[in-house]
Design a protein around this ligand. Structure first.
Ligand code: NZQ
Ligand code: ZN
Length: 385
């Protein structure tokens, strides 16, 4: 097992009606900016609950943060934060609103000229405006981690940022909100969380027995609850397990002490940047193809996953192959297509474009062995057309 530091200061407030804690979680004298997305919070009652809980606070609002939050939108919010001297941010939404708010928290205290540098130059955030979240869409784990992803469509980029200053102070995670989530987003949440675990698990065997068992527990739970969640998102127990699994998949715990991959995400972000495909769907496209390409190196772990999570039997070679097929079937069972060709008819030149983009960011050695080159990215993507 590798050495590790485990640091996670997020106060996770999990369960029914936890928004009632908001008034005591945010300092009484704070000037608060509530950030939200396209308006779903006004239809499912979350907006009223938050406003009610903060009725004695000074509160401004900024709506319109889109899925895959856009830099240009966030700059408008940044201007309000500066002009109004906001000193606390409250993100109410899914991963996009939370990530956008993390960018704002960092940019508000950024001393350089161009806030995009935080992403383009990989500047880690150690200091940021304090912020909290009210999660409305389990998927990304952003409510309990210190990463964010921001898009800039004018230049066709989707880039990540992070740092110890970007942990939310608290996150309200109330599973009752899951009842209001559309099928497409439920499926996305399951696949995103599933792939988060895979990126931290599907590498090669190590002595990290407990990390493996926790990862396998999350994968098994997601597979077990998936049909129940899709059929009845109002069932509280199912919704709670979904929300907690998505959080556990990317709150930092399962990556401790183990090698990680993250190449599926890196390549997937290029698909979103080019075609605006939902984040989770890009992962469903890349994962099967990448695992087939890296079969030899991942065979032992694929076989372990096949036996322990999917109850498959046979030789390592057979179980590992079937494990990839079954994973693809799982994505299909959620109505998620796993070929890029199903999302666009204009992808012939995309593999080369994606490889060039990654190369321009210096992302030329992806994967747990740092051996996935731009040429490999082309091969992996060609198999998805
Ligand atoms: O904008 P609103 O109106 O809120 O509607 C949203 C949006 O249209 C809707 N939605 C959210 N909660 C809802 C709801 N609709 C009805 N009822 C509710 N309760 O769902 C749509 C998608 O929301 P979005 O926030 O974009 O989805 P998600 O949570 O999947 O976030 C995706 C973003 O997170 C990034 C992705 O790259 C993408 O930009 N990620 C962030 C990570 C992190 N910070 O750790 C890791 C991930 O790997 C990922 O990269
Ligand atoms: Zn993801």
């Amino acid at each position: 097992m590798n050495n590790f530091n485990l640091y996670n200061p997020v106060n996770l407030c999990f369960g029914k009606d936890e928004h009632r804690q908001l008034s005591s979680l945010i300092p009484k004298d704070a000037k608060v900016l509530i950030t939200y997305g396209g308006g779903s919070i006004k239809q499912n009652g979350v907006y009223e609950k938050v406003k009610g809980a903060l009725k004695n606070h000074e509160v401004l609002e900024f709506g319109g943060i889109e899925p895959n939050p856009q830099y240009s939108t966030l700059l408008r919010a940044l201007a309000i934060i500066k002009a109004e001297k906001i000193d606390f941010l409250l993100a109410v939404g899914g991963g996009s609103v939370i990530d956008g708010t993390k960018f704002l928290a960092s940019a508000a205290l950024f001393e350089g000229e161009e806030p995009w540098d935080i992403l383009a130059k990989g500047i880690r955030t150690t200091k940021a405006l304090p912020f909290g979240t009210v999660l409305t869409l389990p998927a990304t784990g952003s409510e309990m981690n210190s990463g964010a992803v921001v898009s800039r469509k004018e230049i066709g980029q989707k880039r990540g940022m992070g740092g110890p200053g970007l942990f939310p102070q608290f996150s309200i995670s109330d599973p009752t909100v899951v009842a209001s989530i559309p099928q497409r987003q439920l499926a996305n949440g399951l696949v995103d969380a599933f792939t988060h675990v895979m990126e931290q698990y599907m590498t090669y065997p190590t002595s990290a027995t407990l990390q493996d068992r926790i990862s396998e527990g999350i994968l098994s739970t997601l597979i077990e609850i998936a049909p129940k969640l899709m059929n009845n998102p109002s069932d509280y127990g199912t919704a709670a397990n979904f929300m907690w699994s998505c959080n556990m998949a990317l709150n930092g715990l399962i990556q401790k002490g183990v090698p990680t991959d993250w190449s599926i995400h890196a390549i997937g972000h290029e698909i979103t940047a080019a075609y605006n495909v939902d984040h989770a769907r890009t992962l469903a496209i890349v994962l099967p193809s990448l695992y087939r390409f890296k079969f030899e190196q991942k065979q032992a772990k694929l076989a372990q996953y096949g036996r322990r999570v999917l109850s498959l039997e046979g030789t390592d070679f057979d179980v590992a192959h079937e494990a990839i097929d079954r994973t693809e079937d799982f994505f299909h069972s959620l109505g998620i297509e796993t070929k890029l060709g199903a999302y666009t008819t204009d992808a012939a030149s995309f593999p080369k474009h994606a490889a060039a983009q990654l190369e321009s960011y210096g992302a030329t050695r992806l994967g747990e062995h740092k051996d996935i080159t731009p040429a490999d990215v082309i091969t992996i993507l060609n198999a998805t057309l």
